[in-house]
Design a protein around this ligand. Sequence first.
Ligand SMILES: [Fe+2]
Length: 320
Amino acid sequence: MTIQQIYDLALKMGLKADPRGEVGVKKYLAKVKKQYEALPANEKKYFDQSKLVDPYADSSIHLADKPASEVRGVMVGVDIGVSELLLAEELRDRGEKIDLVLAHHPIGKPLAELHEVMDLQVDSFAKQGVPVHVAESLMQDRISEVGRSVHAANHYREIDAARLLGLNLMNIHTLTDNLVQEFLTDFFKKKKMETVGDVVDALLELPEYQEAKRRAGGPQITSGRVGNRAGKVYVDMTGGTNPSEKIFQELSKAGISTIVGMHLNEKSFAEAKGAFLNIIIAGHMASDSLGLNLFLDELEKKGIKIIPCSGLIRVSRVKK
Ligand SMILES: [Fe+2]
């Protein structure tokens, strides 16, 4: 597979698992097209045309061989910084075939545009019964907030380093977060879960969460008690980053009793607790790993070697 084929496969899988569904994604892309067409000419030249077909601004190929060559090995990490890139270079010197470094968390332009994927949460919340105007209004404020917060970062640091080292670089974020969102939602549907403790026990059937627990990063009940009724469980794993803290009150009113998330900031934690929700933090690295693993298995099937680093708990589900 080439780097472009690897990205295209991630995109295909991410779209298939998108909580908006195919129709929802099409509507979103149509909205982007309309916005593009309404731009004045001096703004149009800055518009990234890939946004007309790819709804994930937080994922991208940053550097790739030209002409494209076959990828034999990929070094994959949850976060790729300059240190991981130097590590890749060192490993290459020792004979490891690393044709691509793959990050999960956004770097470069995808980091500066992380907030653009957050719109998908509006549809997710609406599906749970939150009135769409409430979800949209709350998310619009939060999207602006995230947009302001990522703007000042030194976005191109890693890309500049990879270029100097001659390394190919890509990051896939919401694409694989969609995979973990779908996987856990389906997984929980098959389980009989009466209590919050049962939800945690279900998570701990998965090797990523077992390993994370050994590493002290496993599932935690941060609000509610282990014996509480689980009620309706909502998996909150995708959509860029934490939503507006005010959404938790709305989710609670819409009939959700338990939230299973990757991470939650303190403001959101306080609001969710105040809304009487049971909160299970499944674990950040474990959940990001699970999403990545579901994709990386497809690369493994194609004979690509996966070299995990930077927090990735690599578990293969490929039948040998
Ligand atoms: Fe993450």
